[in-house]
Write a protein of this length. Structure first.
Length: 157
């Protein structure tokens, strides 16, 4: 008969709070926010590089190259999501996610409309440069991208 043992692991935050003279939850959360905020500039550089990569994805020269090019665009859009999400840049994530959905919906038997990649790359660049306070303009960009997705994605069964 096999014996299963379970070793409980505690998070570093739990250890810091429970230790004698440990930190309060509020102080630990403030430190976590400060640590994340210190990485913002690095993440925004990644977002910029990945949008540039998306802008540089060339339409395929032949049908056999389509899957490779779609994969390039997908990786760049996914990297934007990875870099922007910890900073709650939800509109950048939403735009990049929409492109990923459109690429996922592409089929090998149909030619992919490469204007979609161009429109999403330009929209991501616009969202990146718009002030965060300009919620109306940001919402307009996202609504326009949603219209593209509604037209281009095959109907769900």
């Amino acid at each position: 008969m096999a014996v299963i043992t379970h070793a409980r692991q505690r998070s570093n935050l739990s250890k810091m709070i429970d230790a004698p003279g440990g930190v309060s939850v509020g102080a630990a959360l403030e430190q976590a926010r400060a640590n994340i905020e210190a990485r913002r500039a690095e993440a925004m550089t990644v977002v910029d590089v990945q949008i540039a990569a998306l802008e540089s994805v060339a339409p395929p020269a032949n049908p056999e190259e389509q899957a490779f090019r779609l994969n390039e665009a997908y990786r760049a859009a996914n990297a934007v999501i990875d870099a922007a999400s910890p900073f709650e840049l939800l509109d950048l994530c939403s735009a990049a996610s929409g492109l990923c959905d459109l690429i996922d919906g592409a089929t090998a038997d149909r030619t992919f409309d490469w204007r979609i990649v161009t429109v999403h790359a330009r929209s991501l660049r616009l969202l990146q440069n718009l002030p965060l306070e300009d919620a109306a303009a940001r919402a307009t960009v996202l609504e326009s991208l949603k219209m593209v997705a509604d037209r281009k994605l095959p109907p769900q069964v």
